[in-house]
Design a protein around this ligand. Structure first.
Ligand code: ADP
Length: 461
């Protein structure tokens, strides 16, 4: 099962802890209430029994009728006075005379010292105070009971009230906890959104560090530190590639020049000539590769900001088409530049870079279109200025389309006799395009041809 989100988990925790806290509070309150009600009841009963005890003590001689009259006056003034009874030492009731009421079923116990206990009449519970008293020199017992029914009802209502509150507490704390944790985690969402915008092309960007000295501030600072380290490692790799390519360019050019010079010597036999031709070809490929590596390394080191140079699309297209004319003629291909109004557009890109991208795309079109094939270059104005190069070549299978912009990626070359290229052209083109916020889209079908569309920003911001 997928684990719950942090907010949901915090919400559940809040709800659980709140209910637990509330339940503990309720239990504690229940005990406090029960014991204070009992203490209060005990005090009241003691006071009632003491009043009767005091009344009995005033009777100096035995006169039951006078005693009953006196006690009737006293209990008449006391709440629940009708329940108060006086018993003789042998357990016989002295007061009241009429013991037919249900309270007579309450046990009349003797008690050497004042004592309190719970007694039952049927299922009804009573609290009963028993206190010894002196009546005309004899020891008698005053029994003052009080039913506990009202207290039980009060406690039951209190318990039900608590239980009824629990769902609300659960709902309130759960929802409250969820909402609060969502709010608390919002800065994390903002950090995530910011982190998502950081790609290898804009590694100089950093996360916003909050002013509050909290975990989020430390997290953002750690992230920024990590980004700096990655950026510096990548810069070192790019710098190394640039330095190595740069250093290798001169010896490779020297090898090529020497081989080309040697090829011009008249005394060469066929075998040596063939070997020198192979050296010249390989040296040419090697210089192209070094050139591409140098370009890539320089682009990697370029901060991914937009430039504000503009280029005239029409003249760059014409220039590049002219450059490829000999290769096109050699393969007897038809290269057509469509005459549209959009050709007069200018785009936000340096002419040098536009020429580089178009050269890569047209080079591929010529290379991967068979003899007598067709290549067209058109320019359309939409929200962007679209330069479209369509060929009737061998096409690219769908499973390769997503990878042709990867460095050194080449579709299986056994399908063509093209030996040039190392799979860097399109990755360079894409990198340059991204510098200007441009896009390159490729649509292709095997055996039918390929259409490459460059979507160039018409004006610089
Ligand atoms: P390369 O130097 O090998 O041409 P690229 O990066 O320019 O490298 O292109 C990558 C791969 O995409 C090529 O090897 C080729 O297989 C395929 N490709 C690019 N353009 C075309 C095209 N117009 N027609 C067919 N295949 C193409």
């Amino acid at each position: 099962m997928k684990p719950f989100s942090i907010s949901l988990r915090l919400g559940i925790w809040y709800a659980g802890l709140s209910v637990l806290g509330f339940a503990l509070f309720g239990i504690a309150m229940w005990f406090v209430l029960t014991s204070s009600m009992l203490a209060w009841k005990d005090r009241t009963l003691q006071m009632r029994a003491t009043r009767v005890q005091a009344a009995l003590a005033t009777m100096s001689r035995r006169d039951d009728a006078a005693m009953i009259k006196r006690l009737n006056e006293v209990v008449g003034l006391l709440p629940e006075g009708e329940l108060i009874r006086v018993a003789r030492n042998d357990g016989q009731p002295l007061f009241p005379r009429d013991v037919a009421s249900h309270t007579s079923r309450l046990p009349l116990s003797s008690c050497p010292i004042p004592s309190l206990r719970d007694v039952f009449v049927g299922r009804e519970k009573y609290r009963q105070m028993c206190m010894p008293a002196l009546y005309a020199g004899d020891t008698v017992y005053v029994v003052a009971p009080s039913p506990l029914l009202e207290d039980r009802i009060l406690l039951r209502n209190f318990t039900y009230g608590l239980l009824r509150t629990i769902p609300f507490i659960l709902l309130l704390s759960g929802v409250g906890g969820y909402v609060l944790s969502r709010r608390a985690l919002r800065p994390v969402d903002l950090l995530i959104a910011e982190a998502k915008t950081i790609t290898p092309d804009n590694l100089t960007r950093r996360l916003t560090v909050s002013a509050a000295d909290d975990q989020l501030r430390r997290l953002a600072m750690e992230w920024n530190g990590l980004l700096s380290r990655i950026h510096s490692a990548m810069s070192q790799v790019a710098q190394f590639t640039a330095d190595a390519s740069h250093e290798l360019r001169t010896p490779v050019a020297y090898i090529r020049a020497t081989a080309e010079y040697s090829l011009g010597l008249p005394s060469l036999d066929d075998e040596t000539r063939e070997g020198l031709c192979a050296i010249v070809d390989e040296a040419r490929l090697m210089s192209d590769l070094l050139e591409n590596l140098l370009t890539l390394a320089r682009l990697d080191m370029t901060p991914g900001s937009l430039r504000s140079e503009t280029a005239d699309v029409g003249s760059v297209i014409a220039e590049v088409a002219e450059y490829f004319r000999p290769a096109v003629n050699q393969k007897e291909q038809a290269l057509t530049v469509m005459p549209t109004d959009a050709v007069r557009a200018s785009v936000c890109m340096s002419a040098l870079h536009l020429r580089r991208i178009l050269t890569v795309i047209l080079d591929n079109a010529v290379k991967y279109t068979p003899v007598r094939g067709r290549i067209t270059v058109a320019c359309n104005m939409h929200e962007t200025v679209d330069v479209v190069v369509a060929d009737s070549g061998i096409g690219i299978a769908a499973e390769h389309l997503g990878r042709i912009f990867d460095r050194f990626y080449r579709v299986d070359q056994s399908r063509t006799d093209v030996t040039e290229g190392v799979g860097l052209g399109l990755s360079i083109a894409k990198l340059i395009a991204e510098l200007y916020g441009a896009r390159i889209d490729v649509v292709s079908s095997v055996g039918q041809g390929t259409t490459v569309t460059m979507r160039l920003p018409p004006s610089c911001p």
